[in-house]
Design a protein around this ligand. Structure first.
Ligand code: ADP
Ligand code: MG
Ligand code: MG
Length: 884
C-alpha cells in the first residue's frame, strides 16, 4: 500500500485518500499555481496508526524518500544548521473540520538551525527567533499537550517587560529570551527537553496529527456534523514560506464571493508581517483584502488572477489561504467554501446566469436544510444581547414572549394578544393547545426527538429543548442564581438553542413572505427571493414525486396550498373531536344503548361534515386523504388521576356526581397497558358500531355539497392501522354502501385506501392491495412497531446512548431507517403494485418532509410525500434534487 503522495501525484477527486486540503493542494499544483512543494500522508496511514496504536509499517521509509525528493527540489536539507529547510505539518480530513485538528509550522528549527534561518533571511535574527518560538509553542501545545496559556502568559510577560503592546514590537533579543522561557515551560510539562532532532520533530508532529483525529472536540464535532468516525485524517508536509519576514510579507484569507450574502466581489483579510494562524487568531487587527492592492499591487493582481482561475476551475465559490513572502505570492490552501444558506441560493442562481452551471446543477448546490433555515424569522442581534443559557436548537426560528408555565396560561395570555413562550420541564400531548398558542417552546429536558421538539417542528414553531441548566418550577425558572418569573419576557433562538432575557428584535423571513404571495420574485429587488423562486421552480419541473401536506384545518390547507402543496396526504380527524366537542365524544363513549350512541353520533356528524367541506373547498380540485379516527378513545377522556380526585373530593363533601362517576368507571374500563398497541385505528371502527359510518357519511356529504357548489372534491378515505386485508374489507364494504347511497349521481368519486403502518400490513401488502386503491405509509408508526419502541418513551431513556454507540447515526423518527423500516416500505410498494398496477403510493408523517427520506421515497417509486405545510417547499426542493 502506498502511504505518501507528492502534491504532483494527487488531484481534487482524491479527498477520501488525501483529505480535502491535500487533494486541493495537489489540484492547485497541477494547475500550475504557486504552491510550496510538499507531500501528503494518506488517511489510510492514519487509520492504520489509530488501529495499531503505534507506528505504521513502511511509512517511515516512504517519508524518507519523499522528504529526500523535497530536499533535493528545494536545494536544502530539513533542519540543516547552515541552510535549513523548514516544513509545516498540517492535518486535513475528507470533510473540513475547522479549528478541530492540528497544524505545526516551522518544523526543522532548533538551537543551531535558527542561525541558519537568520542567514537565509539576510541576517534577520528577529524573524528567525520569532519562527523558533512559534515552533516550540505549537509543537508544545499540539504534540505534547502543554497548556497553551502557559506560552501565552510568557509572551505577555515579555511584552510587559518591554513595555509594548504588539508582538511585532519585540526585537530579536526579546524573542531569544522568549525561546528560553518557552523551553522551560516545555520541559516543566513534558519532563524532557524540546527535541532538537529535525526528523524526530517531523515524526512526532505527524503522529500528533494522526491522534488529533480522536481529540474530544473533533469527536464531538463529527458527531454533530454526522461525519463518520473512522475516516481518519491525512497529513500534509509542506515547505514553509514566510509571511513574517517584514513589511513586504504577510498572510491572508480570501473568498471569491461574499460567503455571507453570496454577492460577487472579493472578500478577505490580510495581515502584514505575520505567519499562518495570526489572521484567524485575531491577535492584531487585519486589513480588508482590498488594501493589499495599495500595499503590493503585483501580488494583489496575481491573487485576483488566481482567484478567477480557481472559480473557473471549481465552478463555485472558493476560499483561499495565501502568504506573501517578500513580494512573492504563495497559495497554501483552497476549497469550495462554506457559505450561509442565503449565499448558497444566491450563488447558485448567479452561476446559472454566468453560464457556469445549468439549472439542474444548481439543485445540487442547495439543500432542503438550507431552505428550511431561510424560512424561519431571525433575531437581529445588531444590538448586543447576552444569552442566559443554552439548550438544543430543536426547531429553528426566533421567538420572544412572556414566560408562562402551563398550557392553559399560554392559551389565556395569547388570547389577550400577548406573545408567549411556553416553558415546561417537558411537554406531553395535553400541552398541545398551549404549544399552538405559544410563540415558542422552551423545555429543560429532552433532545431533538422529544415530544416538544417533534411537535414544534411539525408546526414550524420555534423550540429550544433540553436546556438543562434551567430548573423549572411552578411559576418561575432559575439558572444558577438568576430567576425568571411568569410574565417576564425572554427570547429563544431555535437554531442555536440560545435563550435571552428580554425581547430581541426579530426580522421576518423574506422567503416565507414570498411563499405567502406577499413578495413578488420578479420585481423584488431581493436577489435571494429571486434565486429561491428560480431554483424551486426548476425543482418542481424536475421532480417526479408529488408533494402533499398534512393538514387538519382549512387554514392549514390554504397555507400549504400557497406553499405549493398538491393536495392533502393526511387529514387527521381526531383533532376535530377536541375542545367543545369533547363532551359529544364523552356521550358516545358513555352511551348505554344503541339509541344513545346514535344520538351522540348524529350530533357529531354535521360538525364533521362542516370541517370536511371547509377543507375540500380550500383544496378544490386536489386530492384530500382523510384518515378515519385513529387514537384510542380514552384519549378524549380526562385522566384517571384527575377524575378519581374529583370524584373523591365530591364524595367527601357528600355530593352525588353521577356523570363524573360514570366517566371514571369508563376510564377505568378503557385503561390499556399499551395504548399504542391497543384499541385504536381500524379496531375502533370494527368495535364501535356507527363510528366509521358517521365519518364516511360526513365525508361523502361534504363532497356532494362542494360538487353542488360547482367545486371538484377529490376525497380519499384512509383506514388506519390495518394489519390484515379482512379488516379493510369489512370497513370497505360498509363504506361503499354509505358512499353509494350518499353520492347518488353527483359525480363525486371517493377512493378507499389504507395506511401501511403495521409491519404485518407491509408484509401482506399484496393481499391488502386487493382491497385498497391507495397505500399511505405511516412511517411514524411503522418505525415504532418496526423497531418495537414507542416514540414517546425512548428519547430520554436510551436514544442518546444509541446515538453515542452509533447504533444509528440519527433518530429513525427523524430520518427513515432505510435498511429496516425502509425495506418494509419497499416490499409493500413492490408487492402492492404487483397485485394492483396503478396503486397510488404515498407517505405521511414526519419523514415526508425530511430531505434524506424524500430521496429514499423517490428511489422506491412512491407517487407522493406528505408533510406539514412548512416543510412543503423543502420537500419540493428535495424531490427535485432526488430526480436529477
Ligand atoms: P487549518 O486547517 O486550521 O486552516 P492549516 O494547516 O491550513 O490549518 O494551517 C494553519 C495556518 O498555517 C494557515 O494559515 C496556513 O496558511 C499556514 N501554513 C500552513 N502551512 C504553511 C507553510 N508551509 N508555509 C506558511 N504558512 C503555512
Ligand atoms: Mg487552513
Ligand atoms: Mg399511525
Amino acid at each position: 500500500m502506498k502511504f505518501v503522495y507528492d502534491f504532483a501525484e494527487g488531484n481534487k477527486d482524491l479527498k477520501d485518500l488525501l483529505g480535502g486540503k491535500g487533494a486541493n493542494l495537489a489540484e492547485m499544483t497541477n494547475l500550475g499555481l504557486p504552491v510550496p512543494p510538499g507531500f501528503t500522508i494518506t488517511t489510510e496511514a492514519c487509520q492504520q496508526y489509530l488501529r495499531n496504536g503505534t507506528h505504521v509499517d513502511g511509512l517511515a521509509a516512504e517519508i524518507d524518500a519523499h522528504l529526500a525528493a523535497l530536499e533535493a527540489g528545494m536545494g536544502r536539507r530539513l533542519g540543516d544548521p547552515a541552510d535549513p529547510l523548514l516544513v509545516s505539518v498540517r492535518s486535513g480530513a475528507k470533510f473540513s473540520m475547522p479549528g478541530m485538528m492540528e497544524t505545526v509550522l516551522n518544523v526543522g528549527l532548533n538551537d543551531e538551525s535558527v542561525a541558519g534561518l537568520s542567514r537565509q533571511a539576510g541576517g534577520n535574527d528577529r524573524f528567525a527567533w520569532d519562527s523558533y518560538r512559534r515552533l516550540i509553542q505549537m509543537f508544545g501545545k499540539t504534540v505534547c499537550e502543554v497548556p497553551g496559556h502557559e506560552f501565552e502568559d510568557a509572551l505577555h510577560e515579555a511584552k510587559v517587560a518591554k513595555g509594548v503592546r504588539d508582538d511585532v514590537q519585540l526585537g530579536a533579543d526579546d524573542l531569544r529570551e522568549l525561546v528560553t522561557a518557552y523551553k522551560k515551560v516545555f520541559a516543566k510539562h513534558t519532563g524532557h527537553e524540546f527535541p532538537q532532532d529535525p526528523r524526530e520533530q517531523l515524526d512526532l508532529a505527524v503522529e500528533a496529527v494522526f491522534r488529533s483525529w480522536n481529540a474530544d472536540r473533533a469527536v464531538l464535532y463529527r458527531r454533530q456534523e454526522r461525519i463518520p468516525a473512522d475516516l481518519g485524517t491525512a497529513v500534509n508536509v509542506v515547505a514553509m514560506v514566510f509571511g513574517n519576514l517584514g513589511a513586504d510579507s504577510g498572510t491572508g484569507v480570501a473568498f471569491t464571493r461574499d460567503p455571507a450574502t453570496g454577492e460577487p466581489g472579493v472578500y478577505g483579510d490580510y495581515l502584514a508581517n505575520a505567519q499562518g494562524e495570526d489572521v484567524v487568531a485575531g491577535i492584531r487587527n487585519t486589513l480588508p483584502l482590498a488594501d493589499l492592492e495599495r500595499l503590493d499591487p503585483d501580488s494583489y493582481a496575481e491573487l485576483m488572477r488566481i482567484m478567477a482561475t480557481l472559480e473557473g476551475h471549481y465552478r463555485d465559490l472558493c476560499d483561499i489561504e495565501f502568504t506573501i513572502e517578500r513580494g512573492k505570492l504563495w497559495m497554501l490552501q483552497t476549497r469550495v467554501g462554506k457559505r450561509t444558506a442565503a449565499a448558497a441560493f444566491t450563488i447558485a442562481a448567479q452561476l446559472v446566469d454566468e453560464g457556469v452551471i445549468d439549472l439542474d446543477e444548481s439543485l445540487t448546490r442547495v439543500s432542503g436544510a438550507q431552505l428550511a433555515q431561510l424560512m424561519f424569522p431571525r433575531f437581529d442581534l445588531s444590538s448586543s444581547f447576552e444569552a442566559i443559557t443554552r439548550g438544543v436548537g430543536a426547531s429553528p426560528g426566533a421567538a420572544f414572549g412572556q414566560v408562562v408555565f402551563t398550557s392553559q396560561r399560554a392559551v389565556e395570555v395569547a388570547a389577550s394578544g400577548a406573545p408567549v413562550i411556553l416553558v415546561r420541564r417537558e411537554t406531553n400531548p395535553d400541552d398541545l393547545p398551549g404549544m399552538i398558542a405559544a410563540n415558542g417552546i422552551l423545555t429543560s429536558r429532552g433532545g431533538k426527538t422529544s415530544h416538544a421538539a417533534v411537535v414544534a417542528r411539525g408546526m414550524g414553531k420555534t423550540c429550544v429543548c433540553g436546556a438543562d441548566e434551567m430548573e423549572v418550577g411552578r411559576d418561575s425558572f432559575t439558572i444558577g442564581s438568576q430567576t425568571v418569573r411568569e410574565g417576564d419576557t425572554i427570547s429563544i433562538d431555535g437554531s442555536t438553542g440560545r435563550v435571552y432575557l428580554g425581547e430581541v428584535p426579530v426580522r421576518p423571513s423574506e422567503v416565507v413572505q414570498y411563499f405567502e404571495g406577499d413578495l413578488n420574485p420578479s420585481n423584488a429587488n431581493d436577489s435571494l427571493v429571486a434565486a429561491v423562486h428560480r431554483i424551486l421552480t426548476h425543482a418542481d419541473s424536475a421532480r417526479r414525486l408529488k408533494v402533499r401536506t398534512n393538514a387538519d384545518t382549512g387554514l392549514d390547507a390554504a397555507r400549504a396550498r400557497r406553499f405549493g402543496a398538491q393536495g392533502i396526504g393526511l387529514c387527521r380527524t381526531e383533532h376535530m373531536f377536541l375542545g367543545d366537542r369533547r363532551e359529544l365524544v364523552e356521550r358516545l363513549i358513555l352511551a348505554r344503548n344503541e339509541v344513545e350512541r346514535n344520538d351522540a353520533l348524529a350530533a357529531l356528524q354535521p360538525l364533521q361534515r362542516a370541517d370536511f367541506l371547509e377543507i375540500f373547498r380550500e383544496m378544490n380540485g386536489l386530492p384530500v386523504t382523510i384518515r378515519l379516527i385513529d387514537p384510542p378513545l380514552h384519549e378524549f377522556l380526562p385522566s384517571l388521576e384527575e377524575l378519581a380526585v374529583k370524584v373523591a373530593v365530591a364524595h367527601e363533601h357528600g355530593q352525588h356526581v353521577e356523570h363524573d362517576e360514570q366517566l371514571l368507571a369508563a376510564v377505568r374500563r378503557m385503561h390499556e397497558q399499551n395504548p399504542m398497541l391497543g384499541l385504536r385505528g381500524v379496531r375502533l371502527g370494527l368495535v364501535i358500531p356507527g363510528l366509521f359510518a358517521m365519518q364516511v357519511r360526513a365525508i361523502a356529504e361534504a363532497a356532494v355539497a362542494l360538487a353542488a357548489e360547482g367545486g371538484r372534491p377529490r376525497p380519499e378515505i384512509m383506514v388506519p392501522l390495518v394489519g390484515a386485508v379482512q379488516e379493510l374489507e369489512t370497513v370497505r364494504a360498509e363504506a361503499e354502501k354509505i358512499i353509494a347511497a350518499t353520492v347518488g349521481d353527483s359525480g363525486v368519486d371517493i377512493l378507499i385506501g389504507t395506511m401501511i403502518e403495521v409491519p404485518r400490513a407491509a408484509l401482506t401488502a399484496g393481499q391488502i392491495a386487493e382491497a385498497a386503491e391507495f397505500f399511505s405509509f405511516g412511517t411514524n408508526d411503522l418505525t415504532q412497531m418496526g423497531w418495537g419502541f414507542s416514540r414517546d418513551d425512548v428519547e430520554g431513556a436510551f436514544f442518546w446512548r444509541y446515538l453515542e454507540l452509533g447504533i444509528f447515526g440519527i433518530s429513525p423518527f427523524e430520518s427513515i431507517d432505510t435498511d429496516g423500516v425502509g425495506r418494509l416500505v419497499k416490499i409493500a410498494a413492490d408487492e402492492g403494485r404487483a397485485a394492483r398496477p396503478g396503486l397510488k403510493l404515498g407517505v405521511c408523517g414526519e419523514h415526508g418532509g425530511d430531505p434524506d427520506s424524500v430521496h429514499f421515497f423517490h428511489e422506491v417509486g412512491l407517487d407522493y410525500v406528505s408533510c406539514s405545510p412548512f416543510r412543503v417547499p423543502i420537500a419540493r426542493l428535495e424531490a427535485g434534487r432526488a430526480a436529477i
